[in-house]
Design a protein around this ligand. Structure first.
Ligand SMILES: Cc1ncc(COP(=O)(O)O)c(C=O)c1O
Length: 269
């Protein structure tokens, strides 16, 4: 019998919510609205569908591993350098790449509780430990308590903003004050999967922090507002140094061609 790593004995597989078709069949319902995965109920841009239909003629060809066109389109839109992006098969995959790049066995990472469950799994896969700090009484990340839980083993803080599952935000002022206080040797991952739904008001414009802080990675995705969850494409934004390390760990053709053309079309629509 082959032997799995000891760590694998403690991992739990991710159990997604049931597909709508299964719930309909099981309960005899005609109309089901699924809230669990935060998919876009309006679907994707018709231009994305059109782009994928056209792309389908090229299925025999490996995708562009560098995501060049998508990279350039995003760099132009966000006024950043193309080399400041890393693409993944969903931000899920980028979380794995970040963990594999920065976590040594015995290292710790920290997040709020409850928050997005993958922070725990990706930490455990690397033989690290996730410290979960209770949210405040109004269901928000408690950044002071997170700072108090940092020790010499801490490598990453995962900040889910807005937080899944509570939908609360941390404000620009709170984030600035946190980044001022935290050691510059600790990576701060700002998971902004729901950025487009939250932007404006007190919500931080995190791209503006990139020039001041070398220890942040911002994560965004095409799965939510762009309605492309089925194709799996998300991106990380950081400084060129961090992106270069992440690229050493990333697999060669990790974002498929359909996802790349759909994301570009959706961005432009
Ligand atoms: C907070 C958060 N981060 C990351 C993800 C992963 O998104 P994806 O891998 O589809 O980009 C999700 C999806 O539900 C999420 O809620």
């Amino acid at each position: 019998m082959v032997l799995q790593r000891n760590t694998v004995n403690y991992l739990k597989p991710y159990i997604p919510g049931k597909p709508i078709s299964e719930v309909k069949r099981e309960l005899g319902l005609d109309k089901v609205i699924k809230l669990a995965s935060n998919e876009n109920p309006l679907g994707c841009s018709p231009k994305a569908t059109e782009a994928v239909t056209k792309w389908a003629e090229n299925m025999a060809i490996y995708p562009d591993g560098n995501c060049t066109d998508l990279r350039n389109a995003l760099a132009k839109k966000l006024k950043l350098k193309p080399t400041q992006f890393l693409f993944g098969a969903g931000t899920d995959q980028i979380l794995e790449i970040i963990a594999a790049t920065f976590i040594n066995p015995g290292d710790k990472t920290i997040t709020g509780h409850p928050s997005f469950s993958r922070y725990e799994t990706v930490t455990q896969i690397m033989d690290g430990e996730l410290i979960q700090v209770s949210l405040t009484h109004d269901y928000r990340f408690d950044l002071n308590s997170i700072l108090n839980n940092i020790d010499e083993k801490t490598r990453i803080v995962w900040i889910c903003n807005p937080n899944n599952p509570t939908g609360t935000i941390i404000t620009a002022q709170e984030l600035n004050s946190f980044l001022e206080k935290i050691s510059k040797e600790i990576l701060v991952v700002l998971d902004e999967a729901y950025y487009e739904y939250a932007k404006g008001g007190d919500y931080p414009e995190s791209l503006e922090l990139l020039d001041s802080y070398d220890n942040i990675i911002i994560l965004r995705t095409f799965s939510k507002i762009y309605g492309l969850a089925g194709l799996r494409v998300g991106y990380a934004i950081s400084n060129e140094n961090i992106i270069e390390y992440l690229n050493r760990v990333r697999g060669p053709f990790n974002v498929n061609g359909a996802a790349q053309v759909a994301a570009i079309a959706a961005l432009e629509d």
